[in-house]
Design a protein around this ligand. Structure first.
Ligand SMILES: Cc1ncc(COP(=O)(O)O)c(C=O)c1O
Length: 396
């Protein structure tokens, strides 16, 4: 049976039936089962920070595969503390918890919020437990994260949700002031909203929110799952506002294509956790943390943050010119750095299909945005090619 038929017959119907089977990838390119080549600026939804099958990353994983893949957290492995140390060193302190996905990393932050609330309430549970999130946020599809993802399409059918989620608006500090009360334990937000259409949190807003959280003794939790690991030109997006959250989550680009999630938290809240209070069997396994270590090494060795900062401005200029030239269909350039996109005047799905036909893979976001998420390794010729394909499709 063909892959498509096997998929349709055996896979749970929770994803729309994909139109293409990807069989191979190399750098910024992917090939389908008919041998057609695509410029892959979907990066597996912001996962492939180093592109497909980076040779150094691949070698490091192959070596680890033949050495040790799993031993659980009842034993130490050599890679997890080294990967954690990279994050701690970058942050100048704090602690790291490893898990397997973005939603799991956010669940750890939500549990941290509960523990902070309990500490604030003098050790009592259920008194201080609310978490303020943003309208249009996306933090995942598990029960905690779904509650702080206030979108009908995500929550429909799954109520009752975890209690305590309250809504405010990104870049509207007054809405956060109104939403925070005596029962609030934390606020959670993406510095660049990914799934809902690439809205960037303004640095001034983030600074004000940081000050508000300090004043109210509320944890500031940043979701860096999509905007972290170099995608916006700094290792973490919040760095551009000069603030440090109390905790943040990572996943996607952290493993460069191997599943891993993580939460970093400040030393001051790390003590809320003790043996038995949280855990996951696969978290921090030697294979996943070998992938993260390889990602950190390659980002540093190949100066990939410099690559993002050098190439993003001209690419975004090119996107802006395209918007000016196609006013009927293109409205504006969204996002920042290598997390950019185009807002359309209509639904993006048919355009994403046309772009795919023309050889460019990209992802939809919200109701009217096309996300372009090139790997951090992308070069100027690939950006040129991207702009040419976009122009061919939109200026037709
Ligand atoms: C900002 C953000 N948070 C959380 C998640 C959930 O991550 P995962 O799909 O790995 O559970 C995503 C996934 O798209 C995301 O973009």
């Amino acid at each position: 049976m063909k892959t498509k038929e096997l998929w349709a017959k055996n896979m749970l119907g929770n994803y729309a039936l994909p139109g293409v089977t990807i069989t191979r990838g190399c750098g910024s390119y992917a090939w389908d089962d008919e041998g057609k080549r695509y410029l892959d600026f979907s990066s597996g939804i912001a996962v492939l920070s180093l592109g497909h099958c980076h040779p150094v990353w691949t070698d490091r994983l192959k070596n680890q595969l033949g050495t040790l893949t799993h031993c659980s957290n009842i034993f130490m492995n050599e890679n997890a503390p080294r990967a954690a140390e990279r994050i701690v060193r970058h942050m100048g302190g704090g602690r790291v918890f490893f898990c397997n996905s973005g939603a799991e990393a956010n669940e750890a932050m939500l549990k941290l919020a509960r523990l902070h609330g309990n500490a604030k309430a003098g050790g009592e549970e259920e008194k201080i437990y609310k978490v303020v999130c943003c309208e249009n946020a996306f933090h995942g599809r598990l029960f905690g994260t779904m509650a702080v993802t206030p979108q009908e399409k995500i929550q429909h059918g799954f109520r009752p949700l975890a209690p305590g989620a309250v809504c405010a608006r990104i870049n509207d500090i007054e809405s956060f002031k109104a939403a925070i009360d005596d029962e609030t334990a934390a606020v959670i937000l993406e510095c660049v909203q990914g799934e809902s259409g690439l809205t960037v949190a303004e640095p001034e807003f983030l600074k004000e929110l940081r000050a508000l959280c300090d004043e109210k003794n509320v944890l500031m939790l940043c979701d860096e799952i999509q905007c972290g690991i170099g995608r916006t030109g700094t290792l973490f997006a919040f760095e551009q506002a000069g603030i440090v959250p109390d905790a943040f989550s990572m996943a996607k680009g952290l493993g460069g294509g191997f599943p891993i999630g993580a939460m970093w938290c400040k030393e001051t809240c790390a003590d809320y956790f003790h043996p038995g209070s949280h855990g996951t069997t696969f978290g921090g396994n030697p294979l996943a943390t070998a992938a993260a270590l390889a990602v950190f090494d390659i980002i540093a060795e190949e100066k990939l943050l410099d690559n993002v900062n050098a190439l993003a401005p001209a690419w975004r200029e090119g996107l802006k010119k395209l918007v000016d030239d196609c006013p009927g269909i293109l409205k504006e350039v969204r996002g920042t750095g290598f997390m950019s996109g185009l807002m359309l005047t209509e639904a993006p799905a048919p355009w994403i299909a046309k772009l795919r036909e023309a050889g460019l893979l990209c992802v939809g976001a919200g109701n009217n945005v096309i996300r372009l998420l090139p790997p951090l390794t992308a070069n100027k010729y690939e950006f040129q090619e991207c702009l040419e394909i976009l122009r061919k499709v939109f200026a037709r």
